[in-house]
Design a protein around this ligand. Structure first.
Ligand SMILES: [Zn+2]
Length: 343
């Protein structure tokens, strides 16, 4: 079901080389409790014509929990930026959406597919992190369900305040050659941080955040009763991400802490949903890169030599989307981390 289109991703990488604002101390945490009441569905006009064909549907991954596994390619005019894994959890108080996608157009498709699962209203949305492919679809949700509460990490709200949301809207428009035109920033208004528990109807959403990982804005959302966790881009499968907004060591340690919860089902930010073994496999990739950087550093090799080692030690991942583009930058980044750790 996955599109395997080969596209030039250098343009994408260039476009994503946006300097993020310096990290500030996260603002105070609001232990928000989602309202358990249903909101009225408000019909709004679709902003633009959308996909001629939207070949993605939700698949059940756990009790009351569904995921639409998006394409693993990067944003382009055909996919309108769609590349992530939107999720939906059915609760007794309404529907909860995780990461509604990359644009208003994608968000509208996600809503149309959700309506095939349930006619309940969407009452809450969680955004896993600042990267726009995960949350620019908030706009469509808010237009259709104005009472829905949108949650994100405090640092995500800070970065959007500093213009990062607008940067993502522009980046998405450029990459999709205008196919996401009409998308605007609809930021989370409610903050959640580590150990927060948001109860919606009879379902508890437990938030995990252990410092910088894939970015410094990540939350992992555990749906306690359903034994499933939405990992955001802290874990991917069959795709390698740009890692330059986070750290290898932070990513590895955050995911290891998450594993202590012994959840059964793991939803990555991109790629198929899996079990603990899938998560362990991704940690192994990150660890292998970091260890190659340590070896290069100890042997007085250059940052650029890490790739010579990792081409051999990461051969098991060579068919993952993004491997060729990321293997070099990942090695160089891990080398910088090793260097910094030495001083
Ligand atoms: Zn990301």
């Amino acid at each position: 079901m996955y599109l395997q289109t080969k596209i030039s991703i250098s343009a994408f990488l260039m476009a994503l080389l946006i300097a993020y604002p310096a990290s500030n101390e996260a603002s105070s945490t609001n232990h928000a409790q989602a309202s358990a009441k249903k909101s009225e569905s408000v019909k709004t006009e679709s902003i633009t014509s959308t996909f001629d064909d939207f070949p993605y549907a939700f698949e059940q991954v756990a009790n009351n929990t569904w995921v639409m596994h998006g394409p693993r390619e990067t944003p382009n005019p055909q996919n309108k930026g769609f590349m992530n894994n939107p999720g939906v959890v059915i609760t007794s108080a309404g529907l909860v959406v995780i990461d509604p996608g990359s644009s208003v157009q994608v968000g509208e498709h996600v809503i149309a597919e959700i309506k095939k699962l349930s006619d309940q209203a969407i009452v809450a949305v969680f955004n896993t992190h600042i990267h726009g492919d995960h949350w620019l679809g908030n706009q469509a949700i808010k237009a259709a369900y104005p009472e829905a509460k949108i949650y994100g990490h405090p640092q995500m709200l800070v970065e959007i305040d500093h213009g990062e949301g607008k940067n993502w809207v522009n980046t998405m428009n450029r990459l999709t050659e205008g196919a996401s035109e009409g998308t605007i920033v609809v930021a989370p208004k409610h903050t959640v941080d580590n150990k927060d528990m948001v109860k919606i109807g009879g379902t508890q959403f437990k938030i995990h955040h252990y410092g910088i990982a894939h970015t410094n804005t990540d939350i992992m959302i555990e749906v306690v009763e359903n034994s499933v966790v939405f990992l955001g881009d802290n874990v991917l499968t069959l795709r390698l991400p740009r890692a330059s907004d986070g750290t290898f060591m932070g990513n590895i340690s955050s995911v290891k802490k998450m594993l202590e919860s012994e959840v059964k089902v793991y939803v990555p930010g991109h790629g198929p949903t899996g079990d603990k073994a899938m998560v362990v496999d991704y940690i192994k990739y990150l660890t292998t890169i970091y260890e190659a950087a340590q070896k290069a550093f100890e042997e007085d090799l250059d940052s650029s030599d890490v790739i010579t080692i990792t081409r051999k030690t990461t051969a098991a991942y060579k068919d993952w989307s993004g491997y060729e583009e990321q293997i070099g930058p990942h090695g160089a980044q891990a080398y910088s981390e090793v260097e910094a750790a030495e001083f």
